[in-house]
Write a protein that binds this ligand. Structure first.
Ligand code: ES4
Ligand code: ZN
Length: 324
């Protein structure tokens, strides 16, 4: 089964590039940039990963970004992720980035997006892994800040396939960003938003992303199973759900294997993803292997999960067909 999983051509649709920052690279960049880390070694840094909910994770995740300063840092971060993903037979990936996590520290938008883009182009040429970029807004910052960042992205629209919404969901509903997402849609960008697992007002948020924002996909969205009506809407609209099993374990102490199987049984387009693989210590293969073990998934179910991912990618239809 492990060999089957490792050998499958895979697509990943929910991975935060800042969440792929490995402790070893953190140390190398800290040294290069003259930044002092409050740990003696990469191992000590990993030992300090103490996540039990979204806020406790996000604190560590944002602190980790402090070593990313110049274009070459964003290049190396992205290159290393793409190299790792390619080594796991990921043939296509849609990558999130959080520009506000960098501009708020004085790093220019252009520095961030150019470093990421150059690595994407090189990785496609040299490693054969194709990728597209999704700009996320931090939902615990203002709608005005999100709008400013959307405007900053205007000269780079050709490098973006869509926009997303991440960070702390508490008291930050999707509708807060209605105008920002409406403009992004007008500009031809695809839309997705996080509806993280077990957040306050989670069913309201899922309803908002579908009915008010009009998203093309939902990130996580596991709690939709609590409402037959929302499940039916998700099936009817053929919305992909980018579920992240190992990430879920930090919030609900489960890889949500039962929920993922229920989604498949209902005809919902569930997909499997790594979210923040360096922090959660699990890339695509590890997510799939652990999920298979928890839920005793068959090869046919795993194939369905991966076919779902290719179906709901934001590739042109004719390119999608090549993978299905
Ligand atoms: C995230 Cl797991 C998770 N949830 C919300 N926002 C995020 N950004 C990076 N990882
Ligand atoms: Zn995420």
């Amino acid at each position: 089964m492990q060999a089957f999983i490792e050998g499958m051509p895979k697509a990943e649709l929910h991975v935060h590039i800042e969440g792929t920052l490995e402790p070893e690279l953190s140390f190398a960049l800290a040294e290069k940039n003259g930044i002092e880390l409050p740990f003696d070694s990469p191992e000590a840094l990993i030992a300090a990963y103490d996540f039990h909910d979204l806020p406790s994770f996000l604190t560590i995740y944002y602190a980790g970004m402090s070593v990313l300063i110049d274009e070459s840092d964003f290049y190396k971060l992205t290159w290393d992720y793409l190299e790792k993903a390619a080594s796991q037979n990921v043939v296509y990936t849609e990558i999130f980035f959080d520009p506000q996590g960098h501009t708020s520290r004085g790093v220019a938008f252009e520095t961030v997006i150019t470093g990421i883009r150059k690595a994407q182009v090189d990785a496609e040429q040299k490693l054969g892994i194709r990728s597209q970029l999704i700009m996320c807004f931090l939902r615990d910052m203002s709608a005005e800040s999100a709008m400013e960042h959307l405007q900053m992205a205007k000269p780079y629209l050709g490098w973006l396939v869509g926009v997303g919404l991440d960070s702390d969901e508490y008291n930050n509903p999707p509708v807060k960003f209605k105008d920002v997402f409406a403009l992004a849609k007008q500009w031809g960008l695809k839309l997705t938003m996080h509806c993280d697992v077990n957040q306050k007002n989670t069913l309201d948020h899922i309803r908002q992303v579908i009915e008010v924002i009009g998203v093309d996909r939902i990130d996580h969205g596991v709690n939709s199973l609590e409402s037959d009506e929302l499940c039916e809407l998700i099936v009817e609209k053929q919305l992909g759900l980018t579920v992240c099993p190992v990430s879920n374990r930090f919030v609900v102490q489960s890889l949500t294997a039962n929920e993922i199987r229920t989604m498949l049984d209902k005809g919902m387009l569930a997909t499997i993803n790594s979210d923040d693989p360096a922090y959660f210590r699990a890339y695509m293969n590890e997510n799939l292997i652990e999920l298979q073990q928890e839920g005793d998934f068959s090869q046919s179910e795993l194939k369905t999960l991966m076919a779902n991912a290719f179906k709901v990618t934001w590739l042109p239809e004719e390119d999608k067909a090549a993978y299905l």
